[in-house]
Design a protein around this ligand. Structure first.
Ligand code: F6P
Length: 328
């Protein structure tokens, strides 16, 4: 018999992403809708261990749906990886009469939650919050859509100067060890080449592709490089390599970095966050635990957290083919 849930804790953990605040807002307001209390946990597991909690009601989350980042802050906690740290965290939750948790974060966040659940039988539901879109069990993680729009806007700006100076730009984007941001934003921005870890293009094929672009009359090019790409050279080394082997190219590099993590969430991410928050809270109230909320075929779905953590998100082969055709 699952225990009655009267007070839910919500936290954000791992790399922040646009949409996390919208998800926090949804969790808090869904709790209020069901007349149960909600407690914000600051700084992820680190704040949980320290008992850094604050009661949240429907009014306390006003005006944040459009804000990037997370009002609950985020942190990576080494201490939570220890039994002692998790024991302290459990004591703090118990003292605060928190009965269940909504964990907004990535695979590291969920792994910690699963271990905690096994040790203390503590109800948890995960919401996938990361710009990388690298989590199994959802077509979209919170922040992915906003990050794509940020990257496309940046590349559009870079293309202005690239075409003014007849330059080749290598643009490095985030994504940790997957290429979803690079592939989708690369197609969206009309990049001449896209390098992702899932496809090993190789240096020779890169040079051939750039040669083809030049011969087809393109005076400037954009090559989007996923930070986890495995071509064997980072973007600065690629610049040197191309300049050595194709002297006709004037090459520059732009690393977009953490600006991809910021910004006001897109409407898509705000709506996704609102839907996920409702599903997470109501799943807990139905007695469910150890699931991740995800979007599958435009429906809110639950995936066992073990699968979400162990599973691999796959690159879209059809989109990969579109990308090849578009770079003709
Ligand atoms: O997981 C999100 C992410 O932005 C990755 O794309 C990136 O590699 C990583 O976080 C950067 O981590 P940090 O914010 O700790 O530098």
């Amino acid at each position: 018999m699952s225990k009655t849930i009267k007070r839910i804790g919500v936290m954000t953990s791992g790399g922040d992403s646009p949409g996390m605040n919208a998800a926090i807002r949804s969790v808090v307001r869904t709790c209020a809708y069901h007349n149960i209390e909600c407690v914000g946990i600051y700084r992820g597991y680190e704040g949980m261990i320290e008992g850094d909690f604050k009661a949240m009601d429907a009014r306390s989350v006003k005006g944040i749906i459009n804000k990037g980042g997370t009002v609950l802050k985020s942190a990576r906690s080494k201490e939570f990886r220890t039994e002692e740290g998790r024991k302290t965290a459990h004591q703090k939750l118990t003292e605060a009469n928190i009965d269940a948790l909504v964990l907004i974060g990535g695979d590291g966040t969920f792994t910690g939650g699963l271990i905690f659940n096994k040790e203390y039988d503590f109800p948890i539901i995960g919401i996938p919050g990361t710009i990388d879109n690298d989590i199994y069990g959802t077509s979209h993680t919170l922040g992915f859509d906003t990050a794509l729009n940020t990257v496309v806007e940046c590349i559009d700006k870079i293309r202005d100067t690239a075409s003014s100076h007849n330059r080749l730009f290598f643009v490095e984007v985030m994504g940790r060890d997957v290429g979803h941001i690079a592939l989708n934003a690369g197609v969206g921005a009309g990049a001449e080449e896209i390098l992702i870890p899932e496809e090993d293009l190789g240096l020779d094929r890169l040079l051939e592709s750039l040669q083809r672009s030049k011969q087809s009359g393109k005076s400037s090019s954009i090559v989007v490089v996923a930070e986890g790409d495995k071509i064997g050279k980072n973007v600065f080394e690629l610049k040197d390599y191309v300049e050595e082997n194709m002297i006709e190219y004037d090459v520059r590099v732009s690393v977009l970095g953490h600006m991809q993590r910021g910004g006001s969430p897109s409407c898509f991410d705000r709506v996704l966050a609102s839907r996920m928050g409702v599903k997470a809270v109501e799943s807990l109230l139905e007695g469910k635990t150890n699931y991740m909320v995800g979007l599958l075929n435009d429906v809110m779905a639950l995936t066992p957290l073990e699968q979400a953590v162990k599973g691999k998100s796959k690159i879209n082969k059809e989109l990969l083919r579109v990308s090849d055709i578009m770079t003709t």
